[in-house]
Design a binder for this molecule. Structure first.
Ligand code: UDP
Length: 241
């Protein structure tokens, strides 16, 4: 948080994993979770923060599962991209229900329900205080929504990338396997490389590093996590140059 108490970021890119929209073993969409996220975004837009969201699709389908499903990989990737459209529309609906204006912009053609992604138009929406929900990934197979988030954050000149995910942040070793794994609250991009830490996929990480885009990784179930991260409060792991 800056010394005058104002949010430190003017424009943010929030990446939410599809898993954030579901409860394990239950239906693909848990609307309570979607509404909880919408309420945090409402809070931030009312403080004047501009927000673009990239939504994952992992609660419905990930392309990498294609062999398990017996589906061609490219087809599965397009299915994954379409899954992000479903999640994005759910978030848009929840936000509009809170009185927050949104625009859903897609990288793949689904023009009955979304606008196409056009950079200048997206920036205009952000400037008008609309939450821009970016769906369809980058619109090409063999990529992830992490890469999408990093690419769009750079393209839309965001001040930071917030990655809301299934772990509390970056650990020195895998916390699911090693009991003594320690959360690392502050890291440089170079430290991540030198220590071979896993933050996000390599394409996404490289884009952030090369474009000096700070990254905050935190658990999507953390109470008020998005608001805290957007305000620069201590949460998860902050990765920077
Ligand atoms: N995907 C893709 N190209 C993209 C973005 C996503 O092919 O530019 C597909 C890919 O199959 C991916 C799926 O969409 O697995 C859902 O995205 P992701 O796995 O990143 O979702 P998350 O893990 O964040 O929920």
């Amino acid at each position: 948080m800056s010394s005058d108490g104002a949010a430190p970021y003017r424009r943010l890119l929030l990446k939410v994993s599809g898993e954030g929209f579901a409860r394990k073993g239950e239906a693909a969409l848990d609307l309570d979770r979607v509404k909880e996220l919408a309420s945090q975004l409402h809070h931030l837009t009312s403080e004047g923060v501009q927000i673009a969201c990239v939504i994952g699709g992992g609660n419905i389908l990930r392309g990498a599962q294609s062999s398990e499903l017996g589906i061609n990989r490219t087809t599965a990737d397009y299915m994954g991209m379409l899954a992000t459209v479903v999640n994005g529309l759910a978030l848009s609906d929840a936000l509009e229900g809170e009185g927050v204006q949104t625009r859903v912009m897609s990288a793949i053609d689904v023009d009955k329900v979304c606008e196409p992604f056009i950079r200048r138009r997206a920036i205009r929406h952000l400037e008008k205080g609309r939450v821009v929900i970016l769906v369809g990934g980058l619109g090409i197979p063999y990529f992830t929504t992490d890469s999408t988030a990093a690419q769009r954050a750079v393209e839309l000149e965001c001040d930071a990338l917030l990655k809301a995910t299934m772990v509390d942040g970056v650990y020195d070793k895998d916390p699911n396997k090693e009991e003594d794994a320690v959360l690392l609250p502050d890291l440089t991009f170079d430290e991540v490389i030198a220590r071979r830490l896993r933050v996000m996929d390599q394409t996404a990480f490289t884009l952030c590093r090369e474009n000096n885009l700070p990254l905050i990784v935190f658990h999507l179930a953390a109470e008020n996590g998005v608001v805290k991260a957007a305000r620069g409060e201590s949460i998860g792991t902050f990765v920077h140059n």
